[in-house]
Write a protein that binds this ligand. Structure first.
Ligand SMILES: [Zn+2]
Length: 298
């Protein structure tokens, strides 16, 4: 699943290309969107703003119409100069927004809905402004408060699962989940009841730094095509910068212990951690002994 920083870059690229421009054409392969467009056509409206909210890309049009898309695993937004050949087949096109100079094409987008300001406010799925770690309005203190409040409501939820919950903090994906927990020295399997205010502060602060550090300004290099996946050319550098993600069985870069991996949560997402740097805190079944055994066997 694309991380929030990918969606953020996508939104920014869309904003710089079609923001402030008049829509000259709209096409969609999605019946729900087509029906709305029949009643309230997009052509003639101005693209007021494009923003990311967690994993959602939100496109605001004049006249109180908002297109909300979620890429899940497969979707991506591409930008093409008018008349330029698409890099994906037409059969995968779900949405096209045309302006005088650009075509913004959404391929394989599994979730797309139209909203009004009011219905978007009511939506429980799309994060509210301010919850997104990358939004300008995000405040660390507010993020910490959300995390702590969630912990009070769900004291036995595991911290790594909570960090992926887009209704708590929007934008963090599976890569940064493990990285943030490592940086904060918090064991991923700890229950929310054991998480201190100080630890929550470190996690949210680090999350914001990591996310911002990965938002590269890609303006002014002609054609920008952003897909749901990271650009592969940077993959090598990126891998080298990661502390624990996808490093199971290798030595911890900080202490030399063996990095662990275990599937976690109902979605069975891979969680990576160092059992020495992120010791178990709490009672009951622990994640720590596995690490100790592993180290003894080494
Ligand atoms: Zn370590």
């Amino acid at each position: 699943m694309p991380e929030g920083d990918t969606i953020y870059r996508t939104a920014r690229a869309l904003e710089s290309a079609i923001g402030g421009k008049v829509v000259t054409g709209f096409e969609t392969g999605l019946a729900m969107l087509a029906r709305v467009n029949d009643d309230a056509p997009l052509v003639g409206r101005v693209v007021k703003k494009v923003e990311s909210r967690g994993k959602w890309c939100v496109i605001h049009f004049s006249g109180d119409l908002i297109l909300v898309t979620h890429m899940l695993m497969s979707g991506s937004w591409h930008l093409y100069r008018t008349g330029e050949r698409w890099q994906m087949g037409r059969s995968r096109m779900r949405v096209v927004i045309r302006t005088a100079e650009w075509e913004a094409v959404g391929f394989n987008i599994p979730v797309a809905e139209f909203h009004t300001e009011r219905s978007l406010m009511r939506s429980s799925e799309v994060p509210k402004l301010g919850a997104d770690i990358l939004s300008g309005s995000f405040k660390v203190e507010a993020g910490v408060a959300r995390l702590i409040a969630y912990g009070h409501e769900y004291p036995d939820a595991e911290i790594a699962v909570v960090l992926l919950n887009q209704r708590v903090l929007a934008g963090l994906g599976n890569v940064y989940k493990s990285e943030v927990l490592f940086a904060a020295e918090v064991n991923p399997f700890r229950e929310m009841r054991t998480i201190t205010q100080g630890e929550a502060e470190v996690m949210v602060d680090v999350a914001q730094r990591y996310m911002k550090a990965n938002v590269v300004d890609g303006k002014g290099d002609g054609i920008v095509t952003y897909s749901g996946n990271r650009r592969t050319t940077h993959a090598m550098n990126r891998e080298e910068r990661l502390w624990v993600y996808r490093r199971q069985g290798q030595e911890c870069r900080r202490c030399g212990a063996v990095v662990m991996m275990r599937k976690q949560g109902v979605q069975a997402r891979s969680t990576y951690w160092c059992p020495e740097c992120q010791p178990w805190v709490g009672t009951g079944e622990t994640a720590a002994p596995v690490g100790r055994v592993d180290r003894l066997l080494r």
